[in-house]
Design a protein around this ligand. Sequence first.
Ligand code: 1PZ
Length: 211
Amino acid sequence: TARKTATMASLSLIVGSFEELAKLLNSRNGRGCKTDLRLDVFCEACSLVSVLFNCLGLAFKFARMEYVTKVQNLVEASKAYDNLHDILDMDIANDTVKAPGSHSRNLRRVRQGLDLVRALFEQFLSTNDYSLKEAASTAYAQVCAPYHSWTVRAAVSAGMYTLPTREQLLLRLNETDQSAGKKMRRFINASVPVIEYIDELFISRNIKLNW
Ligand code: 1PZ
C-alpha cells in the first residue's frame, strides 16, 4: 500500500504545482514587470512529474532516468543560480548553451519531457478509442522524435508495445476516466505557459529551438 499512497494523489499534485507556476508567470512584480521563474520552484514541479513514469512500466525506466538525471542537474544548478534565465545567460557567456550536459541543454531537454506529457494528455483526451500505445506514439512523434537519433527512436518504438492499457494506467493513477480527464485538461492549460516561457528565454536570446 506504500506504492498506492505514493501514487494516490500524484496527478493532483503535479497539476497543482504547474498551476502555481502558471499563476506566477501571469503575475507582475512590485514594479509591474513580468515575474522571473525561480529555478528551484521550477525543479520542484518537474520532479513531481517523474512519478508518472512509475505508471508506465519497466521499459520506460531508461526514459525516466534520462528525465530525472536532467532535473537533478538543474536542482544542483539552483544552488548557484536563482532564475531560469540565469543559467542561459551564464551558458551564453561561456559559449556552452548546447554543450553536452550543460544546464541550458538540460533545461531544453526537461522542457521536451514536459511537452511530451502535455502532448500525451492531449492525445489521451482526444478520443476514448485510442490505446495508450497509440496516444504515446503520436505524442512522441510530435514532440521528441524529430530530435532523436534513429537508435533512440527504434528503442522507444519497441518500448511502446510494453505500455499498460488505458484502464491499467488509470488504475495505477488511482483515477477514473472522468477524474483523470479533468486533471489532464488542467495540466495542459497550466503547462503551456510554462513551456512557452522557456521557449521565449531561448528565442529572445537568438537561440533557435531546432535541437
Ligand atoms: C509520459 C510520456 C510517455 C510517453 C512515452 C514516450 C517515451 C519517451 C522516451 C524518451 C527516451 C529518451 C531517450 C534519450 C534521449 C536523449 O538522447 C536526448 C538527448 O540528451 P542529451 O544528449 O542532451 O544528454 N534526451 C532528450 O531528448 C530528453 C527527452 C526527455 C524525455 C523523457 C520523458 C520525460 C517524460 C516525463 C515523465 C513522465
